[in-house]
Design a protein around this ligand. Structure first.
Ligand code: NI
Length: 141
């Protein structure tokens, strides 16, 4: 556990009220934990901007009946086999499939993979959830 630093800062009242509303709405135990999470999100965003090695999940929602789409999505993943860790396919309804793909690689490669997948005809939505290997989250800086 790192040393804890206590700090105080000033913000406009309207921002403070927004902060309180969000902390309450998201059921954070206290403001500090919320601020820590915002900082962690900024660290992860910086990792992505710096083309660091990252972790992500790509969620694809697609039309089960679109001809050859399942095969095309698999082919694209094979081209990026070095960054695809695992994938799970769910037959969500009679017509809709969902595939979640866990990836680990440079943010550039992950973005390229996500873009290739979302551009396939019949993909209704592609979500990219950005996360981190946690190396920078743990280091002193
Ligand atoms: Ni399916």
């Amino acid at each position: 556990m790192s040393d804890l630093i206590r700090l105080s800062f000033s913000i406009e009242r309207n921002l403070f009220e927004k902060l309180e509303k969000i902390v309450k709405h998201k059921a954070y135990g206290n403001r500090s934990e919320f601020i820590r999470d915002i900082i962690r999100d900024m660290v992860v965003a910086e990792e992505w901007d710096s083309n660091d090695e990252i972790i992500a999940t790509i969620t694809l929602v697609f039309d089960h009946h679109k001809k050859e789409l399942g095969k095309k999505l698999t082919d694209v993943q094979h081209k990026f086999h070095d960054i695809v860790l695992a994938s799970t396919h769910v037959h969500l309804t009679h017509d809709i499939c969902v595939e979640m793909i866990m990836v680990h690689g440079s943010s550039k490669a992950v973005n390229q993979l996500a873009d290739k997948l979302r551009q396939q005809k019949g993909v209704l939505h592609a979500g990219l959830t950005m996360s981190s290997t946690a190396q920078k989250l743990n280091e002193a800086s």
